[in-house]
Design a binder for this molecule. Structure first.
Ligand code: PEP
Length: 255
């Protein structure tokens, strides 16, 4: 049985005091609830990582990052290295988010290098894939997702593949209030698992977790997470309020 993963992507929001208050409210809301079937992660902006690490002391909530560069160190002004993130106890790194691909021009090749670097530094990459509105409308969603997977996962061994996290995030659903239906998402998630099976074998395909992202909220999370191939959620907007994110963390899932 795969544990669900509920991950918050705070994007470029919050200053340190707000981040601390949000973590405190989230911890108060979730109280002492212990979930055996799911994990929770927050990915703040990089500059907030020390503050959030401190605020998360005594909490089972894990610390993630939204991006990183693939080199260890050097003349890469403005970038943050895997070594730096690991030094702060970051366990997961979102890689290839559509905003990185489309606003900052990250290529499949660069995303592949970042996935490799995360694994080499013992962090779990959360690799995002997803088609644009135009690709969706022209029936190319699966083709795009499979191409992005090929670019991002080219260097992985079968042993490594099961340990990563995939996130299917249709670009047309991110921040738009338009969510993929559970049927649409399940169909792409099933195809991603099938591609893992073909490339890495049965066991990694059964273990790998595939999150859905794109306007997930307290009202739609139960129906999405009750699908067998949807192993959790990557949540943007709705993760910025403690009550809505806590409700998403408590999503009802299929047994
Ligand atoms: C995201 O940032 O990955 C995301 C899915 O955002 P939102 O939930 O706001 O659509």
């Amino acid at each position: 049985m795969r544990k669900k993963l509920i991950a918050a992507n705070w994007k470029m929001h919050l200053v340190p005091g707000e981040a601390r208050a949000l973590i405190a409210a989230l911890m108060a809301d979730l109280g002492r609830e212990t979930f055996t079937d799911r994990e929770v992660l927050v990915a703040p902006a990089a500059i907030l990582i020390p503050e959030v690490k401190d605020a998360l002391k005594q909490s089972p909530i894990m610390l993630g990052a939204q991006n990183m560069f693939y080199e260890e160190k050097g003349a890469f002004t403005g970038e943050i290295s895997p070594t730096m993130l690991a030094a702060y106890g970051v366990t997961h790194v979102i890689i290839g988010h559509s905003e990185r691909r489309h606003i900052f021009g990250e290529s499949d090749e660069m995303i592949g290098l970042k996935v490799r670097a995360a694994l080499d530094h013992r962090m779990t990459p959360i690799m995002c894939v997803g088609e644009t509105q135009e690709e969706h409308d022209s029936g190319r969603a699966l083709e795009v997702v499979l191409r992005q997977m090929e670019g991002g996962l080219g260097s992985l061994s079968s042993d490594e593949a099961g340990g990563i996290v995939m996130a299917y995030e249709p670009v047309w659903a991110i921040g738009t209030g338009r969510t993929a239906t559970p049927e649409q998402a399940e169909s792409i998630h099933g195809a991603i698992r099938g591609a893992f099976n073909e490339r890495f074998g049965h066991s990694p395909a059964q273990i790998v977790r595939i999150l859905y992202g794109g306007s997930v909220n307290a009202d739609n999370v139960d129906s999405l997470l009750s699908r067998p191939d949807i192993d959790g959620a990557l949540v943007g907007g709705a993760s910025l309020k403690a009550d809505s994110f806590a409700r998403i963390v408590r999503a009802r899932t299929a047994k």
